[in-house]
Write a protein that binds this ligand. Sequence first.
Ligand SMILES: NC(=O)c1ccc[n+]([C@@H]2O[C@H](COP(=O)([O-])OP(=O)(O)OC[C@H]3O[C@@H](n4cnc5c(N)ncnc54)[C@H](OP(=O)(O)O)[C@@H]3O)[C@@H](O)[C@H]2O)c1
Length: 279
Amino acid sequence: MLGELSVAVIGAGNLGAALLSGLSALGDAAPARLLAADADAAKIEAIVSRHPSVEGVSNLAAAEADVIVLAVKPHVVQPVLEEIAPTVGPEQLLISLAAAVPLVVLEEAFEEPQPIIRVMPNIAMTVHAAASGLCRNEEATAEHLELAREIFGAVGETVVVDEGQMHAVTGLSGSGPAYVFTLIEALAAGGVKKGLPQAASRLLAAQTFLGAAKLVLESGISPADLRDQVTTPGGTTIAGLHELERGGVRSALMDAVEAASDRSMELAEMLYGDDGHRH
Ligand SMILES: NC(=O)c1ccc[n+]([C@@H]2O[C@H](COP(=O)([O-])OP(=O)(O)OC[C@H]3O[C@@H](n4cnc5c(N)ncnc54)[C@H](OP(=O)(O)O)[C@@H]3O)[C@@H](O)[C@H]2O)c1
C-alpha cells in the first residue's frame, strides 16, 4: 500500500527526521515519494544529505502529498494548518503528532470533512523503537488506520486506541522513556554501590532493560510468568524482588502513569476546554 503513495512530513525536527529516516530505510517498500518541509532550511539539507531519497519541499508542496504528517510543535499546528488547509482535500490523509491537540481542533481547519489520525509517539522514534498510540476521527477509515500503522510501524510498535485514551498513552509510553531512564540510572547505581565500574554498570543496566523488553515482546509470555521462570525459590532474584516490593516500585510506577495521564488531560483542558475548543 505504502509503495504507491507520497508521504510528506511537515516539521523535520527530532521526530519528523526520525520518521523520514525510518521510512527511507524501508528500501523497496518505502513510499514512492518522501517529502520533507521545515521552516529551517538547514534541517532539510541535513535530512536530504543523509537520505537522498527524501525531497526537500515547501509546506504548500508537502500539502499535495497523499499522506501529510504534521510533526511541528503543538503551538505551530494552527498556523501551519491555516497555510495548508486550502490545498488539502478528503482524498488525502492528515496525521498529527502534536501532543494534546484534539481531533476536533484539527478538523476545524478544514471546510470539507477531512480524514485525520492522531499519533502519540515517544522519543525512541529517533532509534526506530517508538511506542505509538494512534486514534482516528470519523472520516478516517480502517484502511487509513492501517496505512498509518504501516507508516509508524517503520519506526516502532503501534497500538490503536480511542481518542479518550490518548492521555493514558501519553502518561504511559509518551512520558515512559523518562521513567525508564530513571530506572536504568538507579539499577546502574546499585551496580556501582557493589563495586562495578560506572560504564560497565550502565551497559549492564541498559542491556538488561532491552533484553527483558525483547523477551516480553518476542515470547508472548506475560511479564509475571517470565518473572516466575527466573525466580528460584530461596535464590538471589526473590531476595531482590522482595526489596522492590518493600520500596513500592510497582505502585510508584502505576502512580506515575496516572499522574502524567491526569496532567496531560489537565493541560489539554486548559488549552482547549472540555469540548476541545481553544480557550
Ligand atoms: N519529542 C517527543 O518525545 C515527542 C513525544 C510525543 C509527541 N511529540 C510531538 O511531536 C511533535 C514534534 O516534536 P519534536 O520533538 O520532533 O519537535 P521539533 O524537534 O521542535 O521539530 C519541529 C520542527 O518543526 C519546525 N517548524 C517550526 N515552524 C514550522 C513551520 N511553520 N512550518 C514547518 N516547520 C516548522 C521546527 O523548526 P524550528 O526548530 O526552526 O522552529 C522544527 O524543525 C510535537 O508536536 C510534539 O508534541 C513529541
